[in-house]
Design a binder for this molecule. Structure first.
Ligand SMILES: C[S@@+](CC[C@H](N)C(=O)[O-])C[C@H]1O[C@@H](n2cnc3c(N)ncnc32)[C@H](O)[C@@H]1O
Length: 422
Protein backbone atom coordinates (compact mmCIF):
# COMPACT_ATOMS: atom_id res chain seq x y z
CA UNK A 1 0.00 0.00 0.00
CA UNK A 2 1.42 3.43 -0.80
CA UNK A 3 1.55 6.22 1.75
CA UNK A 4 -0.77 8.44 -0.29
CA UNK A 5 -3.32 5.65 -0.50
CA UNK A 6 -2.97 5.24 3.26
CA UNK A 7 -3.84 8.91 3.79
CA UNK A 8 -6.84 8.62 1.52
CA UNK A 9 -8.04 5.44 3.18
CA UNK A 10 -8.08 7.17 6.56
CA UNK A 11 -10.49 9.74 5.20
CA UNK A 12 -14.24 9.49 4.77
CA UNK A 13 -16.11 10.81 1.72
CA UNK A 14 -14.60 12.18 -1.46
CA UNK A 15 -14.81 15.86 -0.39
CA UNK A 16 -12.80 15.11 2.71
CA UNK A 17 -10.24 13.13 0.69
CA UNK A 18 -9.74 16.07 -1.69
CA UNK A 19 -9.24 18.51 1.21
CA UNK A 20 -6.80 16.17 2.94
CA UNK A 21 -4.82 15.78 -0.25
CA UNK A 22 -4.72 19.53 -0.89
CA UNK A 23 -3.56 20.11 2.69
CA UNK A 24 -0.91 17.49 2.18
CA UNK A 25 0.30 19.29 -0.94
CA UNK A 26 0.31 22.68 0.83
CA UNK A 27 2.25 21.30 3.78
CA UNK A 28 4.60 19.44 1.48
CA UNK A 29 5.20 22.61 -0.57
CA UNK A 30 6.23 24.45 2.60
CA UNK A 31 8.55 21.63 3.66
CA UNK A 32 10.09 21.51 0.18
CA UNK A 33 10.66 25.30 0.17
CA UNK A 34 12.37 25.07 3.54
CA UNK A 35 14.50 22.16 2.30
CA UNK A 36 15.62 24.23 -0.70
CA UNK A 37 16.20 27.31 1.47
CA UNK A 38 13.52 29.23 -0.47
CA UNK A 39 11.58 30.29 2.61
CA UNK A 40 14.01 33.09 3.52
CA UNK A 41 13.59 36.66 2.32
CA UNK A 42 16.31 38.69 0.61
CA UNK A 43 15.78 42.45 0.08
CA UNK A 44 12.04 41.95 0.72
CA UNK A 45 11.81 39.60 -2.22
CA UNK A 46 11.03 35.95 -1.73
CA UNK A 47 12.89 33.60 -4.04
CA UNK A 48 10.39 31.90 -6.26
CA UNK A 49 10.26 28.85 -8.44
CA UNK A 50 8.71 28.34 -11.87
CA UNK A 51 7.07 25.14 -10.73
CA UNK A 52 4.74 23.89 -8.01
CA UNK A 53 3.70 20.56 -6.51
CA UNK A 54 0.31 19.45 -7.80
CA UNK A 55 -1.99 16.47 -8.03
CA UNK A 56 -0.83 14.76 -11.18
CA UNK A 57 -3.32 13.17 -13.60
CA UNK A 58 -1.00 10.13 -13.45
CA UNK A 59 -2.00 9.66 -9.78
CA UNK A 60 -0.17 10.94 -6.71
CA UNK A 61 1.74 14.20 -6.76
CA UNK A 62 4.00 15.64 -9.42
CA UNK A 63 5.70 18.90 -10.36
CA UNK A 64 3.97 21.29 -12.77
CA UNK A 65 5.37 24.36 -14.56
CA UNK A 66 3.71 27.55 -13.32
CA UNK A 67 5.40 29.70 -16.00
CA UNK A 68 6.88 28.93 -19.40
CA UNK A 69 10.35 27.47 -18.91
CA UNK A 70 13.09 27.71 -21.54
CA UNK A 71 15.45 24.94 -22.64
CA UNK A 72 18.53 24.90 -20.41
CA UNK A 73 16.90 26.74 -17.48
CA UNK A 74 17.76 25.39 -14.04
CA UNK A 75 14.56 24.31 -12.28
CA UNK A 76 16.14 23.60 -8.90
CA UNK A 77 19.29 22.42 -7.17
CA UNK A 78 18.45 19.66 -4.71
CA UNK A 79 20.56 18.11 -1.95
CA UNK A 80 20.09 14.67 -0.41
CA UNK A 81 18.31 14.11 2.89
CA UNK A 82 20.21 10.85 3.16
CA UNK A 83 22.66 9.05 0.91
CA UNK A 84 24.70 5.88 1.07
CA UNK A 85 25.37 2.50 -0.55
CA UNK A 86 22.72 1.01 -2.79
CA UNK A 87 20.88 -2.04 -1.43
CA UNK A 88 21.32 -4.29 -4.49
CA UNK A 89 22.63 -7.76 -3.68
CA UNK A 90 25.25 -7.45 -6.40
CA UNK A 91 26.52 -4.08 -5.12
CA UNK A 92 30.30 -4.01 -4.92
CA UNK A 93 31.71 -3.67 -1.39
CA UNK A 94 33.81 -0.65 -0.53
CA UNK A 95 34.61 1.99 2.06
CA UNK A 96 31.33 3.17 3.56
CA UNK A 97 32.71 6.70 3.89
CA UNK A 98 34.76 7.55 0.76
CA UNK A 99 33.21 4.88 -1.57
CA UNK A 100 36.65 3.52 -2.54
CA UNK A 101 36.49 -0.08 -3.85
CA UNK A 102 40.15 -0.79 -4.69
CA UNK A 103 42.11 -0.48 -1.46
CA UNK A 104 44.58 -2.95 0.12
CA UNK A 105 43.84 -1.59 3.55
CA UNK A 106 40.15 -2.37 4.10
CA UNK A 107 39.22 -3.20 7.71
CA UNK A 108 36.02 -3.57 9.71
CA UNK A 109 35.32 -1.09 12.47
CA UNK A 110 35.73 -2.90 15.79
CA UNK A 111 32.62 -1.19 17.23
CA UNK A 112 30.09 -1.49 14.40
CA UNK A 113 31.67 -3.77 11.75
CA UNK A 114 31.25 -1.29 8.86
CA UNK A 115 33.93 -1.53 6.16
CA UNK A 116 36.48 1.32 6.05
CA UNK A 117 39.68 1.98 4.14
CA UNK A 118 41.65 4.36 6.38
CA UNK A 119 41.95 5.90 9.81
CA UNK A 120 40.88 9.18 8.21
CA UNK A 121 37.57 7.63 7.10
CA UNK A 122 37.18 6.00 10.51
CA UNK A 123 37.60 9.40 12.22
CA UNK A 124 35.20 11.19 9.86
CA UNK A 125 31.90 12.71 11.00
CA UNK A 126 30.07 10.38 8.61
CA UNK A 127 31.46 7.28 10.28
CA UNK A 128 30.98 8.76 13.72
CA UNK A 129 27.24 9.08 12.94
CA UNK A 130 26.93 5.58 11.45
CA UNK A 131 28.86 3.97 14.29
CA UNK A 132 26.93 5.83 16.98
CA UNK A 133 23.67 4.26 15.75
CA UNK A 134 24.87 0.71 15.09
CA UNK A 135 27.05 0.33 18.18
CA UNK A 136 24.02 1.13 20.39
CA UNK A 137 22.24 -2.04 19.21
CA UNK A 138 23.10 -5.10 21.33
CA UNK A 139 24.75 -7.62 18.98
CA UNK A 140 23.57 -11.24 18.85
CA UNK A 141 26.92 -12.51 17.50
CA UNK A 142 30.48 -11.27 18.14
CA UNK A 143 30.75 -7.94 16.30
CA UNK A 144 33.55 -9.17 14.00
CA UNK A 145 31.19 -11.87 12.70
CA UNK A 146 28.62 -9.35 11.46
CA UNK A 147 28.43 -9.47 7.65
CA UNK A 148 29.73 -6.04 6.58
CA UNK A 149 28.16 -6.41 3.12
CA UNK A 150 24.69 -6.81 4.60
CA UNK A 151 25.33 -3.91 6.93
CA UNK A 152 26.47 -1.73 4.05
CA UNK A 153 23.31 -2.56 2.04
CA UNK A 154 21.15 -1.32 4.93
CA UNK A 155 23.34 1.69 5.74
CA UNK A 156 21.35 4.33 3.82
CA UNK A 157 18.20 3.42 5.77
CA UNK A 158 20.22 3.33 9.01
CA UNK A 159 21.43 6.90 8.33
CA UNK A 160 17.82 8.15 8.39
CA UNK A 161 17.78 7.50 12.15
CA UNK A 162 19.94 10.62 12.62
CA UNK A 163 17.56 12.98 10.78
CA UNK A 164 15.86 15.72 12.79
CA UNK A 165 12.07 15.89 13.08
CA UNK A 166 11.58 18.28 10.16
CA UNK A 167 13.75 16.15 7.88
CA UNK A 168 11.90 13.00 8.97
CA UNK A 169 8.56 14.65 8.19
CA UNK A 170 9.74 15.52 4.70
CA UNK A 171 11.18 12.05 4.15
CA UNK A 172 8.06 10.23 5.31
CA UNK A 173 5.80 12.41 3.16
CA UNK A 174 7.38 10.86 0.06
CA UNK A 175 5.72 7.96 -1.66
CA UNK A 176 6.49 4.40 -0.55
CA UNK A 177 5.45 1.04 -1.93
CA UNK A 178 5.28 -1.08 1.21
CA UNK A 179 5.67 -4.51 -0.35
CA UNK A 180 7.57 -7.64 0.77
CA UNK A 181 10.27 -7.19 -1.89
CA UNK A 182 11.36 -3.91 -0.29
CA UNK A 183 13.18 -3.62 3.02
CA UNK A 184 14.84 -7.07 3.15
CA UNK A 185 18.23 -5.44 3.79
CA UNK A 186 16.87 -4.05 7.07
CA UNK A 187 15.10 -7.29 8.05
CA UNK A 188 18.37 -9.18 7.48
CA UNK A 189 20.07 -7.12 10.19
CA UNK A 190 17.92 -8.84 12.84
CA UNK A 191 20.24 -11.87 12.57
CA UNK A 192 23.00 -9.79 14.04
CA UNK A 193 21.44 -7.10 16.22
CA UNK A 194 18.61 -6.57 18.71
CA UNK A 195 17.15 -3.47 17.08
CA UNK A 196 14.35 -1.64 18.95
CA UNK A 197 11.11 -2.42 17.13
CA UNK A 198 10.20 1.23 16.36
CA UNK A 199 13.66 1.83 14.92
CA UNK A 200 13.45 -1.30 12.80
CA UNK A 201 9.98 -0.35 11.52
CA UNK A 202 11.15 3.17 10.71
CA UNK A 203 14.21 1.88 8.83
CA UNK A 204 12.08 -0.64 6.91
CA UNK A 205 9.73 2.15 5.87
CA UNK A 206 12.70 4.31 4.86
CA UNK A 207 13.94 1.44 2.75
CA UNK A 208 10.59 1.37 0.88
CA UNK A 209 10.79 5.15 0.42
CA UNK A 210 14.34 4.85 -0.91
CA UNK A 211 13.34 2.16 -3.42
CA UNK A 212 10.52 4.35 -4.75
CA UNK A 213 12.38 7.66 -4.82
CA UNK A 214 16.17 7.51 -4.57
CA UNK A 215 18.48 8.41 -7.46
CA UNK A 216 21.71 6.64 -8.18
CA UNK A 217 24.39 9.25 -7.52
CA UNK A 218 26.90 10.25 -10.15
CA UNK A 219 30.44 8.90 -10.30
CA UNK A 220 33.16 11.07 -11.89
CA UNK A 221 34.29 9.84 -15.31
CA UNK A 222 36.62 6.84 -15.08
CA UNK A 223 36.50 6.73 -11.26
CA UNK A 224 35.78 3.30 -9.83
CA UNK A 225 33.80 3.65 -6.63
CA UNK A 226 30.97 2.02 -4.73
CA UNK A 227 27.58 2.81 -6.22
CA UNK A 228 25.65 5.19 -3.91
CA UNK A 229 22.08 6.42 -3.96
CA UNK A 230 20.64 9.61 -2.55
CA UNK A 231 17.18 10.67 -1.47
CA UNK A 232 16.60 14.05 -3.15
CA UNK A 233 13.14 15.10 -1.92
CA UNK A 234 12.29 17.61 -4.66
CA UNK A 235 13.53 15.36 -7.47
CA UNK A 236 11.56 12.57 -5.82
CA UNK A 237 8.36 14.44 -6.66
CA UNK A 238 9.00 14.27 -10.40
CA UNK A 239 7.00 11.60 -12.16
CA UNK A 240 8.37 9.52 -15.00
CA UNK A 241 8.08 9.91 -18.75
CA UNK A 242 10.15 7.91 -21.24
CA UNK A 243 10.80 11.18 -23.12
CA UNK A 244 11.49 13.45 -20.14
CA UNK A 245 11.61 17.24 -20.37
CA UNK A 246 14.46 17.55 -17.84
CA UNK A 247 17.91 16.13 -17.22
CA UNK A 248 19.99 16.06 -14.07
CA UNK A 249 23.65 16.25 -13.12
CA UNK A 250 25.55 15.94 -9.84
CA UNK A 251 28.39 18.12 -8.60
CA UNK A 252 31.26 17.08 -6.33
CA UNK A 253 29.17 18.01 -3.25
CA UNK A 254 26.43 15.56 -4.31
CA UNK A 255 24.07 18.40 -5.22
CA UNK A 256 21.68 17.50 -8.01
CA UNK A 257 20.89 20.17 -10.62
CA UNK A 258 17.72 19.65 -12.65
CA UNK A 259 17.49 21.55 -15.97
CA UNK A 260 14.87 21.74 -18.71
CA UNK A 261 15.94 19.96 -21.91
CA UNK A 262 13.14 21.46 -23.97
CA UNK A 263 10.68 24.32 -23.56
CA UNK A 264 8.10 23.47 -20.88
CA UNK A 265 4.87 25.41 -21.18
CA UNK A 266 3.07 26.71 -18.08
CA UNK A 267 0.64 24.02 -16.92
CA UNK A 268 2.71 21.10 -18.28
CA UNK A 269 4.03 18.42 -15.97
CA UNK A 270 7.78 18.28 -15.33
CA UNK A 271 9.17 14.79 -15.91
CA UNK A 272 12.33 12.83 -15.36
CA UNK A 273 13.14 9.34 -16.64
CA UNK A 274 13.54 6.48 -14.13
CA UNK A 275 14.78 3.91 -16.66
CA UNK A 276 17.58 3.72 -19.22
CA UNK A 277 16.77 6.27 -21.93
CA UNK A 278 18.21 3.99 -24.61
CA UNK A 279 16.37 0.86 -23.52
CA UNK A 280 13.61 -0.43 -25.76
CA UNK A 281 9.98 -0.30 -24.60
CA UNK A 282 9.69 -3.88 -23.20
CA UNK A 283 12.86 -3.42 -21.12
CA UNK A 284 11.77 0.00 -19.81
CA UNK A 285 8.24 -1.08 -18.96
CA UNK A 286 9.42 -4.24 -17.19
CA UNK A 287 11.94 -2.25 -15.16
CA UNK A 288 9.36 0.39 -14.20
CA UNK A 289 6.82 -2.25 -13.26
CA UNK A 290 9.15 -4.35 -11.10
CA UNK A 291 10.92 -1.46 -9.37
CA UNK A 292 8.40 1.43 -9.31
CA UNK A 293 5.17 -0.55 -9.60
CA UNK A 294 3.48 1.12 -12.55
CA UNK A 295 3.04 0.34 -16.21
CA UNK A 296 4.06 3.36 -18.25
CA UNK A 297 1.59 4.43 -20.94
CA UNK A 298 3.46 7.44 -22.32
CA UNK A 299 3.47 8.27 -26.06
CA UNK A 300 6.83 6.61 -26.59
CA UNK A 301 5.64 3.36 -24.95
CA UNK A 302 2.49 3.39 -27.09
CA UNK A 303 4.43 3.82 -30.35
CA UNK A 304 5.76 0.43 -31.66
CA UNK A 305 8.65 2.17 -33.45
CA UNK A 306 9.50 4.43 -30.47
CA UNK A 307 9.57 7.54 -32.69
CA UNK A 308 11.31 5.64 -35.45
CA UNK A 309 14.29 4.60 -33.30
CA UNK A 310 13.44 0.85 -33.44
CA UNK A 311 15.36 0.35 -30.18
CA UNK A 312 13.57 -2.89 -29.31
CA UNK A 313 13.59 -4.36 -32.84
CA UNK A 314 14.76 -7.92 -33.54
CA UNK A 315 15.68 -9.27 -36.98
CA UNK A 316 12.79 -10.99 -38.71
CA UNK A 317 12.76 -14.77 -38.10
CA UNK A 318 12.06 -15.44 -41.77
CA UNK A 319 15.43 -16.26 -43.46
CA UNK A 320 14.50 -14.47 -46.71
CA UNK A 321 13.42 -11.25 -45.01
CA UNK A 322 15.72 -8.38 -43.95
CA UNK A 323 12.96 -6.61 -42.00
CA UNK A 324 12.59 -5.88 -38.27
CA UNK A 325 10.16 -7.38 -35.75
CA UNK A 326 8.38 -4.97 -33.43
CA UNK A 327 5.63 -5.34 -30.80
CA UNK A 328 2.17 -5.20 -32.33
CA UNK A 329 0.48 -3.67 -29.24
CA UNK A 330 3.33 -2.37 -27.08
CA UNK A 331 1.09 -1.47 -24.13
CA UNK A 332 -0.07 -5.11 -23.81
CA UNK A 333 2.50 -7.15 -21.90
CA UNK A 334 1.99 -10.38 -23.88
CA UNK A 335 1.67 -8.82 -27.30
CA UNK A 336 2.69 -10.71 -30.42
CA UNK A 337 5.41 -9.12 -32.57
CA UNK A 338 5.17 -8.45 -36.31
CA UNK A 339 7.71 -7.87 -39.07
CA UNK A 340 7.51 -4.36 -40.52
CA UNK A 341 8.44 -5.70 -43.99
CA UNK A 342 6.91 -9.17 -44.51
CA UNK A 343 4.18 -9.04 -41.83
CA UNK A 344 5.34 -12.31 -40.14
CA UNK A 345 3.69 -12.59 -36.71
CA UNK A 346 5.68 -14.10 -33.83
CA UNK A 347 4.13 -15.06 -30.45
CA UNK A 348 5.43 -13.26 -27.36
CA UNK A 349 6.95 -16.46 -25.85
CA UNK A 350 9.37 -16.82 -28.76
CA UNK A 351 10.37 -13.18 -28.46
CA UNK A 352 11.02 -13.58 -24.71
CA UNK A 353 13.23 -16.63 -25.36
CA UNK A 354 15.37 -14.69 -27.86
CA UNK A 355 15.58 -11.66 -25.55
CA UNK A 356 16.74 -13.76 -22.62
CA UNK A 357 19.37 -15.56 -24.80
CA UNK A 358 20.63 -12.15 -25.95
CA UNK A 359 20.74 -10.94 -22.33
CA UNK A 360 22.93 -13.95 -21.35
CA UNK A 361 25.26 -13.32 -24.31
CA UNK A 362 25.73 -9.71 -23.31
CA UNK A 363 26.17 -10.68 -19.65
CA UNK A 364 29.16 -12.88 -20.59
CA UNK A 365 31.07 -10.04 -22.31
CA UNK A 366 34.35 -8.60 -21.08
CA UNK A 367 33.71 -4.89 -21.48
CA UNK A 368 37.33 -3.93 -20.96
CA UNK A 369 38.49 -5.94 -23.98
CA UNK A 370 37.89 -3.35 -26.68
CA UNK A 371 38.81 -5.53 -29.67
CA UNK A 372 36.62 -8.42 -28.51
CA UNK A 373 33.75 -5.98 -27.95
CA UNK A 374 34.14 -4.53 -31.44
CA UNK A 375 34.31 -8.02 -32.92
CA UNK A 376 31.22 -8.99 -30.99
CA UNK A 377 29.25 -6.06 -32.37
CA UNK A 378 30.44 -6.68 -35.91
CA UNK A 379 30.19 -10.44 -36.13
CA UNK A 380 27.82 -11.87 -33.56
CA UNK A 381 25.11 -9.71 -32.14
CA UNK A 382 24.12 -8.05 -35.41
CA UNK A 383 23.19 -11.48 -36.80
CA UNK A 384 20.20 -11.46 -34.46
CA UNK A 385 19.35 -7.83 -34.00
CA UNK A 386 19.37 -4.79 -36.31
CA UNK A 387 21.87 -2.03 -35.60
CA UNK A 388 19.07 0.08 -34.15
CA UNK A 389 18.58 -2.41 -31.30
CA UNK A 390 19.27 -1.20 -27.76
CA UNK A 391 21.97 -3.85 -27.24
CA UNK A 392 24.01 -2.60 -30.20
CA UNK A 393 23.47 1.02 -29.15
CA UNK A 394 24.49 0.21 -25.56
CA UNK A 395 27.59 -1.70 -26.69
CA UNK A 396 28.57 1.21 -28.93
CA UNK A 397 28.26 3.60 -25.96
CA UNK A 398 30.39 1.27 -23.82
CA UNK A 399 32.99 1.10 -26.57
CA UNK A 400 33.16 4.88 -26.69
CA UNK A 401 33.65 4.83 -22.92
CA UNK A 402 36.30 2.08 -22.98
CA UNK A 403 38.22 3.56 -25.91
CA UNK A 404 38.58 6.74 -23.88
CA UNK A 405 40.29 4.67 -21.18
CA UNK A 406 42.08 1.87 -23.11
CA UNK A 407 45.78 2.00 -23.82
CA UNK A 408 46.71 2.20 -27.52
CA UNK A 409 43.32 3.58 -28.59
CA UNK A 410 42.71 7.14 -29.49
CA UNK A 411 39.57 9.06 -30.25
CA UNK A 412 40.04 10.31 -33.81
CA UNK A 413 37.61 13.16 -33.41
CA UNK A 414 35.10 12.21 -36.11
CA UNK A 415 33.06 9.17 -35.38
CA UNK A 416 33.45 5.93 -33.56
CA UNK A 417 32.97 3.72 -36.57
CA UNK A 418 35.95 5.14 -38.46
CA UNK A 419 38.03 3.43 -35.81
CA UNK A 420 35.82 0.40 -35.45
CA UNK A 421 34.88 -0.45 -38.95
CA UNK A 422 37.91 0.58 -40.98
C1 LIG B 1 9.48 9.11 -7.26
S1 LIG B 1 7.76 8.88 -7.00
C2 LIG B 1 7.08 10.22 -7.93
C3 LIG B 1 6.20 11.10 -7.10
C4 LIG B 1 4.92 10.45 -6.67
N1 LIG B 1 3.93 10.51 -7.75
C5 LIG B 1 4.35 11.06 -5.40
O1 LIG B 1 3.13 11.28 -5.32
O2 LIG B 1 5.10 11.28 -4.45
C6 LIG B 1 7.58 7.45 -7.99
C7 LIG B 1 6.20 6.85 -7.98
O3 LIG B 1 5.25 7.72 -8.63
C8 LIG B 1 4.36 6.98 -9.47
N2 LIG B 1 4.62 7.34 -10.87
C9 LIG B 1 5.66 8.04 -11.35
N3 LIG B 1 5.58 8.21 -12.68
C10 LIG B 1 4.45 7.60 -13.08
C11 LIG B 1 3.82 7.41 -14.34
N4 LIG B 1 4.34 7.88 -15.46
N5 LIG B 1 2.67 6.72 -14.38
C12 LIG B 1 2.12 6.21 -13.24
N6 LIG B 1 2.67 6.36 -11.99
C13 LIG B 1 3.83 7.04 -11.92
C14 LIG B 1 4.69 5.50 -9.22
O4 LIG B 1 3.88 5.01 -8.18
C15 LIG B 1 6.14 5.55 -8.76
O5 LIG B 1 6.53 4.46 -7.97
Amino acid sequence: MCIIAATVQCSTGTGRVATDRMMLIEQLSLMVKRHLGLDTFTDDLQYSTKWAIYESPLGGRGLVATEDIKTGEVLFVDHPLIYGPRSRTKAQAGCTVCRKIDSDSFFKCSRCSLLLCSVQCQNSDVHFGDCSIISCWPNKVPIEEVDDTLLSRALTSIRAVLLNEEQRNLLTSLQAHVLPQHGSEVRNLKKYFDIPIQVEQFMSFVSCILDANAYQMGTPYGKKEMSFRGLYPVSALMNHNCVPNTRYTFNADSQMTVKAVKPILAGSEIFTCYSGMLWGTPARRLHLYTTKHFLCTCDRCADPTERGTLLAALKCFSPECLGSLLPLHPLKTNTAWRCLDCGLKVPNNNICAIQSALGSLVGSLDFENVLALENYILNRITKFVPRTNQIVVDLQCRLIWEIGEAEGFRWNGKNLFIILYS
